[in-house]
Design a protein around this ligand. Structure first.
Ligand code: SF4
Length: 346
């Protein structure tokens, strides 16, 4: 694996280049930042965000000093905003309680906000050379195929973990972990694995049995439930529209929104739209709906619009914004879709 990694490692901005790899470790701040960004997001999406963050906040102390709103704004488009809030909390904790240095052990890392067992193991191995076992989706797939595990992934997780732990070497565990991840991304791909170019093919059970494409097996997923709600596009005579901050806790907490009602399971009646509105106005239903998929549910939003005679007395935490300045605010993707829908249908 290490030979293969030395020859084929992906060149990524949070990694060291090949020549110094054996002698030193990458900056823990960059490893941590990349691992948090990579949760639920692809490498290609993360790269420009990583560049922007490290340019603006080159170390953990700089990030700790940044206002949360700036961090949320810079995070815009990466989704799962709880990660950005935890990222900021973690930077503050590392600065205030660890003198700006990340702990080296998995236990110490896991005690920090937003760092779970996987991320702790990845940082410990990659940034500190600790022999921690790093199991992400790519590694799960490689191990399941290598050992020919035919149980569904939900049942086989413990077994995969133990097998992965047994294989983790003391020598260059970080490079080994990244090697397995790269192998999963480049060779042992979810579909059509390139077994012909795989350094593990001689010992791979799935390859030997012709099962590579079928493994790992997954349990059937339950259908994603649908939630529905209303959003309210209020337009002032000068064309400015109303945005407000969502409560700090909960989904998209602390982000700006087009004022929205509660998202409810199942069908909702249009007759309930006035009860959810941020204030009484002549709300008009815009045609169509806005759809957005979250991890645990699909959201369908009906947008209502009203032209107001003035914008006085709208309430705390709300701002008026010219449509061309919407990009100045930390609007999550679903809110951008709602804004685009409203602008196209007014
Ligand atoms: Fe994956 Fe094929 Fe390599 Fe086995 S031989 S680990 S299935 S790429």
């Amino acid at each position: 694996m290490l030979d293969w990694y030395d020859a084929h490692a992906r060149s990524l901005p949070w990694r060291l280049g090949p020549s110094p790899r054996r002698r030193r470790y990458p900056d823990p701040y960059r490893v941590w930042l990349s691992e948090i960004m990579l949760q639920q997001t692809t490498v290609a999406t993360v790269i420009p965000y990583f560049a922007a963050f490290t340019k603006r906040w080159p170390d953990v102390g700089a990030l700790a000093k940044a206002p949360l709103d700036d961090v949320l704004h810079a995070w815009q488009g990466l989704g799962y905003y709880a990660r950005a809030r935890n990222l900021h909390r973690c930077a503050k904790t590392v600065s205030a309680e660890h003198a700006g240095k990340f702990p080296e052990s998995t236990d110490g890392l896991e005690a920090l906000p937003g760092i779970g067992p996987y991320t702790a193991a990845a940082i410990a191995a990659i940034a500190f050379g600790r022999p921690a076992t790093v199991v992400d989706g790519n590694v799960e797939r490689v191990i399941a195929r290598l050992f020919g595990i035919t149980e569904t992934l939900d049942k086989a997780k413990g077994q995969i973990r133990s097998l992965a732990a047994a294989l983790t070497p003391d020598d260059r565990p970080g490079d080994y972990a990244q090697g397995l991840m790269d192998l999963g991304a480049l060779v042992c791909r979810p579909r059509k694995p390139a077994c012909g170019g795989c350094p593990l093919s001689a010992s791979c059970v799935a390859f030997e049995k012709g099962l590579a494409d079928e493994l790992p097996r997954r349990a059937a997923k339950p259908a994603r439930p649908v939630r529905r709600g209303f959003a309210y596009w209020a337009v002032r005579p000068d064309g400015a529209v109303l945005l407000r901050k969502r409560p700090a806790k909960g989904l998209l907490g602390g982000m700006m929104e087009v004022p929205s009602g509660v998202w409810r399971d199942g069908e909702i009646a249009l007759s309930t739209a006035d009860a959810d509105a941020p204030f009484a106005a002549d709300w008009r239903v815009l045609p169509g709906t806005v759809g957005h998929v979250f991890t645990h549910f699909r959201l369908e939003v009906t947008v209502l619009a009203a032209r107001l005679e003035d914008g006085d007395g709208i309430g705390d935490g709300a701002v008026w914004c010219r449509p061309e300045r919407l990009g100045d605010h930390a609007l999550p993707t679903v809110m951008k879709k709602i804004a685009a829908h409203a602008l196209a249908n007014m």
